[in-house]
Design a protein around this ligand. Sequence first.
Ligand SMILES: *Cc1c(COP(=O)(O)O)cnc(C)c1O
Length: 452
Amino acid sequence: MTELTGGPSLPQERRIVTAIPGPKSLELQARRTATVAAGVGSTLPVFTARAGGGVIEDIDGNSLIDFGSGIAVTSVGSSAEAVVRRASAQLADFTHTCFMVTPYEGYVEVCEQLAELTPGDHAKKSALFNSGAEAVENAVKIARAYTKRQAVVVFDHGYHGRTNLTMALTAKNMPYKQGFGPFAPEVYRVPVAYGYRWPTGPENCGAEASAQAIDQITKQIGAENVAAIIIEPVLGEGGFIEPAKGFLPAIAQFAKDNGIVFVADEIQSGFCRTGQWFACEDEGIVPDLITTAKGIAGGLPLAAVTGRAEIMDAPHAGGLGGTYGGNPVACAAALGSIETMREMDLNAKAKRIEEVMKGRLAEMQAKLDNGAIIGDIRGRGAMIAIELVEPGTKTPNAAAAGALAKACHAEGLLVLTCGTYGNVLRFLPPLVIGEDLLNEGLDIIEAAFARL
Ligand SMILES: *Cc1c(COP(=O)(O)O)cnc(C)c1O
């Protein structure tokens, strides 16, 4: 895993030459604070100069190891050769016409790729948008138009975006919803199979949680009123929760039996992130609709809804769209990103990252006295997390997650936190990261634990 994908001039190394953040970043941070709305946060205020492969170089000359990928976006790196080449060529040809005014081939090609790569061999169609939230909103519009029903079912710990409808779909109040209501109606939340925290244990979790969820849907909403059930096959912001085995198939079957559109939100888990093109493949799920964004276009804004042709065609002509949806430069980037995923076999790379990470994290848990604060190690592919708890309990330990993240940042390793309780440290390296950098990042995590 030594291919350079950040351009040959970007060394794949960690290099710390100032405090983190350094003086130039601090200066820019002051300008930023004066002019950027306070509601827009940053995990780590180091200002980026260049990025690619497994590193982010800042304006002070520091080079950080990237375990964040801009929140699971730059799976092919932040300057992948094929993405830069194709997007640059498209930029020179034309930047925009609006697909709804005069169309172009790149949009069609992306939809062809989506039809080929997503699960199931039924006839499929797609519509392209700019952001994940927009894709989820459109999946709801399409499901409602198809079923002529209104209710939408989502799950505990689910995350689907920050627009009004997707705030309603999202479970966690702070920071996503606090003060921003009222929220869209006809949204209902049911339990998810969170094995680590299921009262009767992980073995029973899939069957019990699906039975509870289905019981709530039938008793509280009425299956015949439900347009869509939307679930992340691996829950992202909620804490990298893999629903216990059996849960997703049971929910998908229930949807099928009741004429409900089953929507897999693969915005974070899709495009090789979990070691498969889509995480729902793990249990052989074939969703009716699938939403994608993040990893799809190597960092350019693009999102899609893909699904059964008869469902996708339910809205009337002109009912779907948007000025920028499926921008030609973003489509070119997506084609470059997909090309890179195929050529470098990034599913295999993601599986290797899982093997290395889970192995090292399990060693840390066993070896360190304070390994007891690692309650759970979970996730798939390059979507791995540790849930931190008070030793000997399952009480969430958000302070430890915050302290570990801070310690990693100071040493030049970018990591992110997540989880309903804020106590999950998550690792989302670019799939093209070199194994030496991956291990160096894990060394930093190990040292941070030792100092905690
Ligand atoms: C990030 C995310 C979204 C929202 O995507 P945006 O591009 O930020 O609007 C929706 N669903 C999931 C699962 C996500 O991870």
